[in-house]
Design a binder for this molecule. Structure first.
Ligand SMILES: [Ca+2]
Ligand SMILES: [Ca+2]
Length: 421
């Protein structure tokens, strides 16, 4: 060191100092950096913590919202509710039916406190009478969405605006078939209505006239309303039947009254009651009085000849029996048609012969035919217009080798009614 000059020593010191200084600087910077890093990490941790806290609190709040709803809210009477969700933050609206006005809150929100905002809404009938529309002392009757006026005596019209004399028809035309209509004013338009069975008429639709159903359906495609007669009534109609018939349960047809079964007849004890369509007949069976023979009643409808004296040919040629039958038929019965059958109970002999007795009237409507070997039948060949009573006699003869063994007469009386039912 003694060999070194002062200058050299100075330079050496300076160099050492610089080196030391660099070391110090580096240490300082490193320390500074690490301090800053620590601080940065700390703040990062704080930030993370804050985020976590925020996240957890948000999550809690969401869960609470899902599980929370306001109390059920029903729509008002005469109105309805729009919106179904009752969750927090949701809104419902209320609408009233026509003719009603809303009182309370039109819309309500489900609040955080789980209660609805606003006030309970109701729908109140709008009082159409509030404007006093009925004039001249008329009383207003408020109805849903409309009103009607009950006018004071002497006044008429929708709002009692006219005198009764001017508004109504002449009294003579008013009656059960013409009635005043019922009019109301609805949203400024007049509506007049009638009871069922009536139709609107009159200049101002102020009257209702009965519908004449009998006339309306007289030739209608729906068919005749009634089988016999239609009677128009105020607000409706009814069917009527001729005397001797009752209206059937369906109100449309006619059914004959059985006077014989219901004791609605005046037949005497020795008479028989025959029920006919539209009436009845009292008949009495008397055995015929024929020369050379006498007859006796063997049943209410049958007479038989007393035995003939031996060799009395005149007696043995008279009919052996007379039978009586009564038929009731309707007018214009379709023909040809079998009306009655005659047959031998115990045929004797080899031949049975059937023939029609009686006058021109009987021959015009009837004929007798054989239907099989032992039976003959009385046929109606021509429809009969009633009311009428027709008689026909059918004779049955028994023969043995062309010799007559017996004659049997069947008298058929046919009561034809006036009507075709
Ligand atoms: Ca009528
Ligand atoms: Ca009858």
């Amino acid at each position: 060191l003694a060999h070194l000059s002062n200058k050299a020593i100075y330079l050496l010191w300076l160099g050492n100092l610089r080196y030391q200084c660099i070391l110090l600087c580096r240490q300082y910077v490193q320390k500074l950096l690490s301090t800053q890093e620590a601080s940065y990490l700390q703040s990062l941790r704080n930030l993370k913590k804050k985020i976590n806290l925020l996240q957890s609190s948000t999550g809690k709040q969401t869960t609470r919202t899902i599980n929370s709803t306001c109390p059920r809210l029903d729509g008002p009477i005469n109105g309805r509710k729009l919106g179904r969700s009752h969750a927090v933050g949701h809104e419902v609206h209320v609408l009233c039916d026509p003719g009603y006005e809303l009182v309370g809150s039109e819309s309500r929100v489900c609040q955080e406190s789980l209660t609805w905002s606003g006030q309970q809404p109701t729908c109140r009938d709008i009082n159409e009478c509030a404007s006093s529309p009925c004039l001249n002392g008329g009383t207003c009757v408020d109805e849903v969405n409309q009103f009607s006026c009950v006018c004071a005596k002497g006044w008429a019209g929708l709002t009692c605006q006219t005198t009764a004399a001017a508004a109504t028809l002449p009294a003579a035309t008013m009656g059960p078939f013409v009635r005043p209509s019922r009019c109301t004013i609805m949203q400024g338009t007049t509506h007049c209505t009638c009871e069922p069975g009536y139709t609107i008429s009159g200049r101002d639709s102020n009257t209702c006239t009965d519908i004449d159903e009998c006339e309306l359906f007289h030739n209608g495609q729906a068919g005749k309303l009634c089988l016999h007669a239609c009677v128009n009534t105020p607000g409706g109609y009814r069917c009527s039947c001729p005397i001797g018939y009752n209206v059937t349960r369906d109100g449309r047809s006619c059914k004959d009254i059985d006077e014989c079964a219901t004791r609605q007849n005046n037949c005497t004890k020795d008479q028989m009651c025959i029920n006919t369509y539209g009436g009845f007949q009292c008949v009495r069976v008397d055995c015929p009085k024929i020369p050379n023979a006498t007859y006796v009643k063997t049943s209410p409808m049958r007479c038989e000849r007393n035995p003939c004296p031996v060799d009395n040919k005149a007696c043995s040629q008279t009919p052996n029996s007379f039978s009586y039958h009564y038929l009731a038929v309707v007018s214009n019965l379709s023909a040809p048609r079998v009306m009655f059958r005659v047959s031998a109970l115990r045929p004797i002999g080899d031949t049975l012969r059937f023939s029609l007795l009686g006058g021109r009237q009987a021959r015009r409507h009837f004929t007798v035919q054989r239907s099989d070997r032992g039976t003959g039948q009385l046929m109606l060949v021509d429809p009969v217009q009633g009311p009428a009573t027709l008689e026909a006699e059918v004779e049955m003869s028994e023969l043995e080798r062309r010799v007559q063994l017996g004659r049997y007469i069947t008298k058929v009386t046919m009561f034809v009614s006036q009507y075709e039912f």
